[in-house]
Design a protein around this ligand. Structure first.
Ligand code: PEP
Ligand code: MG
Length: 553
């Protein structure tokens, strides 16, 4: 059995025969031409044909994967129409007197190179779209030259297989026959690419960044999308385990289809905002797929943990903007970085501490190292022009911390205003995850727009039980009455002050407590995307009027 790691695009499992697919690359030769007018009109005809094909692909993607995913082909059409792009190809044909195919390839390569050099990960991923458009034009020109169309593109599949390829273009992905494709693995492509986005929306288990080998062709393989692993020739135990996993995932998917579009209301009409917790823009598809009402917790520190040095303001801005845009007007609560304790990055240069969970972490770092905070706040406020962005401070214990953090946020807003940078309204909230914050919630409620209760840390600090220590499993109990009473107290103080209070710790996903939380007055729960649907099901079963009016804590 071979075990190969990659980056997961969809947390699903697939088992089947693997087929290696080698793309037919268009072979382009440079030819000097006398009749440049003829080459120009060949180029114009290829553009027209490409446009028609893209229209058809758009329609197909719309049916298969929805409007958001189909938009990629609109993007391709826009590139075809882009004046700068067209002029570059035309100039190459007339100026250098070369054949249309050579001009298209050269301009496409140059554009790809420019995009690949960009700092912004999202823009870098767009190089694949340029390559796709360029290859389409080259194929059309080649077909015309050979005097006959090569119908359709992509791999020929006779039975359902796991497809392995060096790369798949978005247009090849959307043309994959879902009945014949169990999953795919590619060597190239990022989890941010349109191919990955399409795979997620079409619910095709897929891994990218897998070092794919031609000799796997025809062998049995399995994709474990939860772990990001490809098994080639899996042993019987692995096969059995993955088949069970697959059955579980299919059951969850069935549930998804039944209730996904229903509103989050109890039987007696109480509306709940069911939000999702994410670690980066790549998780947004999962939120939208389960119809999350928003992002209740964007754990922004992951963007810092992935890097070897501080991310730049533009890098952060790009991730926040993408998330806000893709959430399309639904709220995105960005928690400022919660570095420290178990989430360490060497480049922060934080000294070793005896009690890191109670040490220099989260908002404490931001207040003492304002340059880091300032960069992040600027990125958040800039992103607010592209959606409904809120900001939330973690690990608050004292009123003065909130006052200082708010003052810095205000200063950033004023600074950006002076620079003429557009911004939207930004709600300011705090996490309640220390007993001190819970006890002071009455006063804190006067200072912020919302609370989000982080039960993971609230449990650890209330019970003095390290959440990282597995020997304390019996002692670290988020359902402990002391924790539940603090939650009830926070909810009550929020209600009195007329601000929102939600829960974003793992406890929010516990369906046996949903009713308890609703009775406390909690109307917002934020959970991992995979818990959205089970929780929607639970909310819709509850009738608050039928049950006694005590909070059960
Ligand atoms: C929490 O503490 O409950 C929380 C949501 O934050 P994290 O798990 O990231 O510490
Ligand atoms: Mg926490």
């Amino acid at each position: 059995m071979e075990i190969v790691r990659g980056r997961s695009v969809l947390k699903r499992t697939a088992v089947g025969r693997l087929q290696y697919y080698e793309k037919e690359e268009p072979s382009v030769v440079r030819r000097q031409v006398e009749d440049t007018e003829r080459e120009l009109s060949r180029y114009e005809r290829a553009l027209e044909q490409a446009e028609k094909e893209l229209e058809a692909l758009y329609e197909r993607a719309l049916g298969e994967a929805g409007a958001d995913s189909a938009a990629v082909f609109m993007g391709h059409r826009m590139l075809l129409k882009d004046e700068e792009y067209r002029n570059s190809v035309t100039r190459a044909i007339t100026g250098e007197r070369v054949n249309a195919a050579f001009a298209v390839e050269t301009v496409g390569d140059e554009l790809c190179r420019l995009f690949l050099e960009m700092e912004d990960e999202y823009l870098r991923a767009r190089a694949a779209d340029i390559r796709d458009v360029s290859d389409r034009l080259l194929r059309i020109l080649e077909e015309e030259e050979k005097g006959g169309g090569r119908c359709g593109r992509g791999p020929a599949l006779s039975e359902p297989v796991i497809l392995a390829a060096r790369d798949l273009a978005p247009s090849e992905t959307v043309l994959l026959d879902k009945k014949k494709i169990l999953g795919f693995v590619t060597e190239q492509g990022s989890a941010n690419s349109h191919t990955a986005i399409l795979a997620r929306t079409m619910e095709i288990p897929a891994l990218v960044s897998v070092p794919v080998a031609r000799e796997w062709d025809g062998r049995l393989a399995a994709i474990d999308g939860e772990e990001g692993i490809l098994y080639v020739d899996p042993d019987p135990e692995t096969l059995e385990r993955l088949k069970e996993k697959k059955a579980r995932q299919e059951e969850a998917a069935r549930l998804l289809l039944e209730i996904r579009d229903l509103p989050d209301v109890t039987r007696d009409g109480t509306r709940v905002e069911l939000y999702a917790n994410i670690g980066g823009p790549e998780d947004v598809e999962a939120v939208l797929g389960s119809r999350g009402a928003g992002v209740g917790l964007f754990r922004s520190e992951f963007l810092y943990l992935e890097k070897e040095t501080y991310p730049t303001e533009d890098e952060l801005f790009s991730a926040y903007r993408q998330t806000a845009e893709r959430m399309g007007g639904r709220e995105v609560v960005i928690r400022t970085l919660d570095i420290g304790a178990d989430k360490t990055a060497d480049y922060f240069g934080i000294e070793k501490e005896a009690n890191p969970a109670m040490g220099f972490r989260a908002l404490r770092i931001c207040l003492k190292r304002p340059e880091i905070f300032h960069t992040q706040l600027r990125a958040i406020y800039r992103a607010s022009a592209y959606g409904k962005v809120s900001v939330m401070f973690p690990m608050v214990a004292s009123l003065w911390e909130v006052e200082e953090a708010k003052a810095m946020a205000l200063q950033v807003r004023e600074e950006l205003e002076r620079e003429g940078i557009p911004m939207g309204h930004v709600d300011l909230g705090i996490m309640i995850e220390t007993p001190a914050a819970a006890i002071l919630s009455g006063e804190l409620a006067e200072k912020v727009d919302f609370f989000s209760i982080g039960t993971n840390d609230l449990t650890q600090y209330t019970l003095a039980a390290d959440r990282q220590n597995d020997r304390l499993d019996d002692f670290y109990d988020p359902r402990h009455p002391a924790v539940l009473r603090l939650i009830a107290y926070v909810a009550e103080n929020a209600q009195k002050a007329g601000i929102r209070a939600g829960i974003c710790g793992e406890l929010a996903a516990d369906p046996s407590l949903t009713e308890v939380f609703l009775k406390m007055g909690i109307r917002e729960l934020s959970v991992s995307p995979s818990f959205l649907l089970p929780l929607r099901k639970r909310i819709r079963e509850i009738c608050l009027e039928e049950t006694e009016n005590d909070q059960g804590v």
